[in-house]
Design a protein around this ligand. Sequence first.
Ligand code: FES
Length: 155
Amino acid sequence: PEQEITLHVNGVAHVLNVAPWVTLLDALRERLNLTGTKKGCDHGQCGACTVMLDGMRVNSCLILAAMKDGAQITTIEAGPKGAEGAALARLQRAFIRHDAFQCGYCTPGQIMSALALMGEGRARSRDEIREFMSGNLCRCGAYPNIIAAVEEALA
Ligand code: FES
C-alpha cells in the first residue's frame, strides 16, 4: 500500500503517495522532477545522490521516502535565500571559478557535501576537507579543483 507523506523540499511542501520501497532519491527525481540530485551507484557508494535531510547530509539512495514524512530537504535546486542559500551560492561560484568539474555528474553531490561542511561553521585544513569529501567520488578525477573550491568557499 502507498503511504501519503509530506516532504519539504527547498522550502516547498510536497504531498505525495509513495510505495514503501521508494527511495528518497527516486521520490525527488521521478515524483518531484528535481533531477539535479543524481543517481550514480544507487547503493551508497558514490555520493552523487547527496542531499541535506533535517540538517544532515545523507545519501538519498539509502533513505526510504516513506520513513521521512515531514522532513526538511535541501537539494542543489535550492535558491540563494537564507543563510544556507547564501552558502550554497558561494559554493557554486567557487566551483565555477576553480573549474571544479569535468562531466559535472558528481557536482550536485559534491556541493551538497561541501554545504554540510560549511554548516559546521569553522575553517578546515585541506586534509580535513579531503577526508570530509571522501564519500563523493569523481570519475573524471577533478579532486584537486574540487578541494580548492571548497577550501575557498570555507575561508
Ligand atoms: Fe547514492 Fe551512489 S547514488 S551513493
